[in-house]
Structures are given as C-alpha cells and as structure tokens.
Design a protein around this ligand. Structure first.
Ligand SMILES: Cc1cc2nc3c(=O)[nH]c(=O)nc-3n(C[C@H](O)[C@H](O)[C@H](O)COP(=O)(O)OP(=O)(O)OC[C@H]3O[C@@H](n4cnc5c(N)ncnc54)[C@H](O)[C@@H]3O)c2cc1C
Length: 375
C-alpha cells in the first residue's frame, strides 16, 4: 500500500489533519488507530438503553475561538449547552467554580455578605482568581476564606486526581478552575458552548468521510509501519512510544470509569457533581444532561483517578511538572534530528494538556504552517 501520509491515532488532532490534507491538498492519508474506534478520547456511543455515553469521560465542548467553532460546524450541528457543576462541601452542594453564590450556600447570610464585599474590594467583580493567588494575597477574613476554599474544594480533589498537592503542580492546573467573583454559575464562560447534536463520533465520521482517507482500526502502528509506503508521518501517539522509550517513560495520570444505569429519569441536579473530600471518586456525570435526551432511564459515569501503568490502562493527563518537562526536552531533541519527516501533534505526541478546541486550533495551525506551506 502506498499513501502520501501515515497518521498515527484517530483522535481530534488526526481527524482535523486528515480532513485538511485530503480535501485541501488532494493527497492520500492512512490513519492507523490501535483502538477499535475513531475519535480518540472524545469517542461517544449509544449504550444499550439508547443513552449517548462518553466512553473516556465527559467531554464538553467550549471555545472562545470562532475559527475552531466554524471549522467543526462544517461537520456537525450543535445543541447549545451550558455545563453546570456542583461540589459537595460539608454535605452541601455548592456551585463550582467557587463563586459568590457558593459563599451564600455555605455561610450565614451576614458573613457571606461580608466576604463578598471583601472579595469585591480586593479583586473587583467578574475577576477570576486562581486559588493559590487568593491564598497569597489574602489576610484576615479573606485569608480564612482562601484557606477554607483551598482545603474543602481544591486540596483533596487535587490529591485524588494527581496524587500531588496543588503547589506541587504547575500553577496552570489549579488555575483552570479559579475562584470566580461573579454570580455566574456556568462552569465555562466561553462564547461558544455546545455539544455535537448527534455526538462526537458522528462528527469525526463526517470529517473522515472522503475517498482520500482510509482508516485502519485495531492496529498499533508499530505492527504495520514496515509494510506500508508513505512519504511523511504525523504522530498523535505518545512521543516516548515513538522513540521506543529511549529516555524512559513520560508519566501520566489515568482514570477508571464506572458506568451505572438507573431506572429513574434523573439522578442529580446538574451535569456533574464533584466529590472533593468524600469517596474515592472525583466526580459523577449524568450523561443525559450532556446529550439532552428524554428517556426513562439515566446513565452515570463515575471517575476513579489512578496511576498510569503502560499496557494496563490509558494515558490521560500529562503531569505538568519541571522534571517531566526536562524528560520531554530530551525527546524533542530527537524530533529535531528527524528533520521534519515526522510531525508530532496532540496531547500525547506533545505531552501537553489540550482541550478539544485547542487540539483543533493546534492541528489547523500545523496544517497551515508546516504542511500546506511546504508542499
Ligand atoms: C477524562 C477526560 C475528559 C476530558 N474532557 C474534556 C472536556 O470536557 N472538554 C475539552 O475541551 N476537552 C476535554 N478533554 C480533552 C480531549 O480529550 C483532548 O483535547 C483530545 O482528545 C485531544 O485529541 P488528540 O487527538 O490530541 O489525542 P487523543 O484523543 O488521545 O488521540 C490519540 C489517539 O492515538 C491513539 N494511539 C496511541 N498510541 C497508538 C499507537 N501506538 N498506534 C496507533 N494509535 C495509537 C490513541 O488510541 C488515540 O485514539 C478531556 C480529556 C480527558 C482524558
């Protein structure tokens, strides 16, 4: 078999690049995916109860980028959806990100009012303050509040999720869910927030539906790479795998997902409920909130964080720490030695957390700068 491009993996990064190369350059692409489906971690399917389920954990699409939104809108219609999250703190369910409404859900009204006034004086309305910054800059009652939120919302959740304390990770990790000085209970504030009307998998299917694109599932690229003729490779698989772990394994966190279907219409008040302090799970997501389906039963997914063990479970979250960046730098030097014959794109190949929209923007950028311009 002879193709122009061999693409390893069939997730977001791969589907965007395959679609661009096939339609804009009229070149032939073979995608090789080790799983039995396309879509990578965003893969979804209808379970035996007809409920649309995200196999690798809840994926909510949100972006500020018109470019990412317009691009994906060619392959899907959307169902507008604002994700809401509650966190269980001292037995009460409070809005997450922690905001002014969360104060009133936890403290007596006069004290909540006092804390609200202090937050407004210090930071102003509409400002997002990372918890570590709040802890550094607070004194008096605000210091109490900062420590309370740190202890009850962040500390134990982070330890469960990462087996590390917030301070042991890059600041960006806890900064992703800041304290929000606002009354907006939505989990995201991005301009575009929606779910693909017929699911992510259907959107990917449409992206790959082109005569220049072939997909080989259930195949690790290492099994076939010597049997296929190609000009260039795009790798969206883990970068350390590609170099046969010559400098050792890059560490990841993994998750175990447990799905339960209940014989009732709804289980919880919102899409996701976080359990920062109790149980071994971090959160429960009720899939029907995401799909908007009206059905008599409901499917929940519970997430149990765990260590990543190659060959046993999947690598989900690159662990953003200095020592891991140093290891990554060794692999990136090897990439330079390949003189552009292999392009590394995506969260596993770049060892970098990308949201779905960021993965799309990155892949479109790679296509424009490193592929279309160089042909
Ligand atoms: C639990 C969880 C929840 C998330 N929730 C959200 C969310 O709500 N909103 C959001 O915007 N983003 C979310 N994300 C991020 C989203 O999943 C990523 O942005 C997206 O999957 C990145 O796509 P990718 O193509 O870079 O990687 P992937 O989707 O990981 O695709 C890489 C593909 O390569 C394949 N592969 C690996 N090794 C090999 C090999 N040796 N041979 C062949 N194939 C191989 C893999 O099987 C995989 O299919 C979440 C991620 C996780 C893990």
């Amino acid at each position: 078999m002879k193709v122009d491009w061999l693409i390893i993996g069939a997730g977001y990064s791969s589907c965007v690049l395959a679609e661009r190369i096939a339609t804009q350059l009229a070149q032939r692409v073979l995608i090789v995916e080790r799983r039995d489906h396309i879509g990578g971690n965003a893969y979804d399917f209808y379970n035996e109860h007809g409920i649309l389920v995200h196999k690798y954990g809840p994926h909510i699409f949100h972006t500020k980028s018109k470019k990412a939104w317009d691009y994906l809108s060619r392959f899907t219609e959307w169902r507008h959806y604002y994700h809401h999250v509650l966190g269980v703190v001292e037995g009460k369910k409070v809005p997450i990100p922690f905001n002014l409404n969360s104060l009133y859900a936890l403290f007596p009204p006069h004290y909540a009012q006092k804390l609200e006034n202090l937050l407004l004086e210090h930071f102003g309305f509409g400002v997002k303050v990372p918890i570590l910054k709040l802890r550094e800059s607070a004194s008096g009652d605000l210091e109490f509040l900062a420590n309370y939120i740190y202890e009850n919302v962040f500390l134990h959740y982070t330890i469960k999720q990462w087996e590390l304390k917030p301070e042991q990770l890059d600041r960006g990790v806890t900064g992703r869910v800041p304290v929000y000085i606002s009354r907006d209970n939505r989990y995201f504030q991005d301009r575009y927030q929606a779910m693909p009307k017929h699911g992510y998998t259907e959107m990917f299917r449409r992206m790959l539906n082109h005569p220049n694109i072939k997909v080989l599932l259930n195949t690790d690229y290492r099994e076939i790479i010597n049997d296929i003729k190609f000009n260039r490779i795009i790798c969206t698989a883990p970068i350390d795998t590609f170099f046969d772990y010559m400098y050792g394994e890059l560490p990841y966190r993994s998750l175990r997902f447990q799905f339960d279907t209940l014989d009732r219409e709804y289980y919880q008040e919102v899409g996701t409920v976080n359990y920062p302090n109790d149980y071994d799970i971090t959160r429960i997501t009720e899939q029907k909130y995401l799909s908007g389906q009206t059905l008599p039963k409901t499917t929940l997914v519970m997430e149990y964080p765990q260590a990543y063990v190659p060959g046993k479970n999947d690598p989900y979250y690159p662990i953003p720490r200095e020592e891991n960046r140093e290891l990554l730098a060794l692999y990136l030097k090897e990439v330079d030695n390949l003189n552009g014959t292999v392009i590394f794109v995506g969260r596993l190949a770049e060892y970098k957390y990308y949201d779905m929209d960021q993965a799309v923007i990155r892949a479109l950028g790679v296509f424009e700068k490193e592929i279309a311009n160089c042909i």
